[in-house]
Design a protein around this ligand. Structure first.
Ligand SMILES: [Zn+2]
Length: 476
């Protein structure tokens, strides 16, 4: 039996040929096979035509459908909202390659750009807001479902080897715990005074007074209290919890702070060589957890991912293999362009950077690691994305009480388990501080320890997930 799916893609797709090719290849790969593209129609298991074609196995909305990716709307077909450009004219048939591409390329998040943060616009980096729900992306990992459709087509119509398993033997779904380290000191006297000085120089007396006031309070609190700062303490409690539950987490740490050259005021306030931070990193590495780069907000516009990696390596003695932007920062017009640039200029080959702030779900329709590609050229970024599903803040906003929030958490877990997906959590390292989100995190930890104890669940770091999808899966 053959071990590859053969596919012929119509050369008349012209400028969309390469991007259609990468899309099909990704869908087939997620389904569990490798693809071989052939130049003869007769040699192909599947053909994908550039004219509207409701009859082939791979139904096509044609080249015009691809041209219309940027002005499509969600349209209800068979109880699911499908990008309108992927519906084959005069039929209710769906071109799943194009539908998958439209979602995977992030067209819904560019229409309209609705990212809001507490009512005000921030540097949104294209992060979608609640309006994205009209595409079903908060409820259904649609691209994942399209890959399942492909799997059924292959199994019914070809004689290739069985699909490769989605997860290691005996595992039905995965849990990936990640942390962004944004703050390590609640009582950061020096840096509040520094913020006050910066505000004074910028002739902003209100902000200066606020920061000097905070600095004085922090100084007084530090004098009064002994013992560790509550923020670093929160992180230490997370580390201890993960050791007890045998969870290897992925921890994103910033090397560039708000006082560094060409930084944003939104960047983190801590120093990468802070002794408390170094100790936490050492402990994490010792227990098999992973350190990633929490790149600065301007890393992509200043093209300095390499400098941020080098600084992290110089200060902590280890080079990050994975990154996630602070505030999910990426080039909002084409995030994959940033990913391509990162792969070209650093040794990082993994990311977990396409997440959301206010809502949880499947921003690009997937809950499984995949290889992103440029939506215009179709060129691969030469790296893997492990898509985040839920951030602490988004869970906090999905209920009025911790009971409701735990309910929303369980609902999401069941959904991911059912889809055989990967539940990627993003919880800030200081989230266990009592003043953070109404004490929600300790309830979430109870849920996490139950999932981690489930023998059907594979608990893994971003690096372990990618290693599986890139290599080990294909050797089974
Ligand atoms: Zn951050």
């Amino acid at each position: 039996m053959r071990d590859q799916i053969t596919i012929w893609i119509d050369p008349d797709f012209r400028e969309f040929h390469n991007v259609a090719r990468s899309t099909v290849e990704q869908l087939v790969e997620i389904a569990g096979w490798k693809t071989s593209f052939v130049s003869e129609v007769e040699a192909a298991d599947f053909v994908y035509l550039s004219k509207p074609d409701p009859h082939s196995f791979l139904k096509s909305a044609g080249r015009d459908g691809w041209k219309n990716r940027s002005n499509c709307r969600p349209k209800l077909i068979d109880r699911t909202h499908i990008p309108s450009n992927a519906i084959i004219p005069d039929t209710s048939e769906v071109d799943i390659v194009l539908a998958a591409n439209t979602l995977l390329s992030g067209f819904p998040e560019r229409y309209p750009n609705i990212a809001q943060y507490a009512g005000r616009k921030i540097e949104d980096h294209g992060v979608p807001g609640p309006d994205i729900s009209e595409w079903n992306l908060l409820d259904i990992p649609l691209v994942n479902e399209f890959a399942e459709n492909i799997k059924n087509l292959v199994e019914q119509n070809t004689s290739v080897i069985p699909a490769k398993p989605r997860w290691p033997k005996g595992k039905c779904f995965a849990l990936c715990v990640t942390h962004d380290c944004d703050r390590i000191q609640r009582f950061r006297t020096a840096s509040f005074f520094r913020d006050g000085y910066v505000a004074t120089c910028a002739l902003d007396p209100k902000s200066a007074a606020l920061n000097f006031g905070k600095g004085t309070f922090a100084f007084a609190s530090k004098l009064k209290k002994s013992g560790p700062d509550p923020y670093i303490n929160s992180w230490k409690n997370w580390i201890a919890f993960e050791r007890e539950n045998e969870i290897r987490s992925t921890n994103f740490i910033a090397s560039w702070n708000k006082y560094s050259a060409n930084a944003s005021q939104l960047d983190v306030p801590y120093r990468i060589n802070d002794p408390d931070l170094k100790n936490a990193v050492l402990e994490l590495v010792n227990q098999g957890s992973e350190i990633g780069l929490h790149n600065s907000v301007n890393a992509w516009s200043e093209d300095r991912y390499d400098a941020e990696c080098d600084l992290l390596e110089r200060m902590l003695g280890l080079y990050p293999s994975v990154y996630r932007g602070h505030c999910w920062s990426l080039d909002s017009t084409n995030p994959e362009r940033t990913m391509r640039r990162v792969a070209a200029t650093t040794n990082m080959t993994m990311s977990s950077c396409l997440g959301m702030n206010l809502i949880h779900g499947y921003r690009r329709g997937l809950n499984y690691p995949y290889r992103p590609f440029d939506f215009e050229s179709g060129d691969y970024c030469n790296s893997w994305e492990v898509p985040p599903v839920m951030m602490d803040q988004s869970l906090f906003l999905s209920g009025n009480t911790n009971e409701e929030r735990v309910g929303a958490f369980r609902k999401r877990v069941n959904e991911v388990r059912h889809a055989k997906g990967c539940f990627v959590l993003d919880w800030h390292t200081d989230s266990l501080w009592q003043g953070f989100m109404a004490g929600m995190t300790k309830f979430v930890m109870k849920e996490i320890s139950e999932i981690a104890a489930d023998t059907n669940c594979w608990t893994a770091s971003v690096g372990e997930l990618v290693k599986w999808c890139r290599e080990e899966r294909w050797q089974t």
